[in-house]
Design a protein around this ligand. Sequence first.
Ligand code: NAI
Length: 245
Amino acid sequence: MKGKIALVTGGSRGIGRAIAVKLAQEGCDVAILYAGRKEAADETVALLEQAGSRALAIQCNVADGAAAEAAVREVEAQLGPIAVLVNNAGIVRDGLAMRMSSEDFRAVLDVNLTGAFHMIRACLPLFIRRRAGSIVNITSVSGMMGNPGQANYASSKAGLIGLTKTIAREVASRGITVNAVAPGFIETDMTAGMNEAALQKGLAAVPMGRIGKPEDVANAVSFLASDAASYITGCVLKVDGGMYI
Ligand code: NAI
């Protein structure tokens, strides 16, 4: 992927950082978008530069369509034509459905699903004009299996799968691939907040018996974004230690 330009949302930490670093190691120049923690974004930029990449971090709330458009314009102005878009930004606001506020339901949909749509809508005209580009959306096995306490999150992630398959069909003839990666249980800030009982319960559901690493997800994303996957579109690749078989 030497010289290609990649844009990774939510690249300041966790899975997004691992994806950004992996793409940089594969030869991409990488821009990341992040929500708030500038120090974390700066750390990612340093790691990308160490890997030999030109790197850029932009604070951008992907739930805001105009901000997403502006970020895409800025990346193209500073780094050049984007070839790879990874929609990784995501949040959780867990709670049982009967007690979940509309605000908590909507906030998760706004970032995880509408945010990805905003980014795709901003990039597609550019990709179509160039008849090239790959999009990888980070969904979750929660969106495939359902998960108690995650009505908002699982809905957003199931929606991302519908979005992936629809855009894949819309642009397949233009040389653009659109795929999703569905992580299972991965060691990041998102899972670090879990108590021991919830962690053990989660692990019991993983046939491989261990939590995954952000790099496990990054390897799958890098493959789907590469020319090696040029005949793969509309697929959902699980990276879950067998959690959902
Ligand atoms: P994290 O909480 O460590 O990082 C989330 C990233 O998203 C951060 O960079 C943050 O700045 C960014 N972000 C949040 N809201 C944003 C917004 N409105 N606009 C732009 N950026 C925003 O999360 P983690 O664990 O690295 O997850 C990354 C993705 O992988 C998420 O989509 C998550 O749903 C998904 N995932 C994670 C799993 C896990 O076990 N950790 C399992 C399955 C899926």
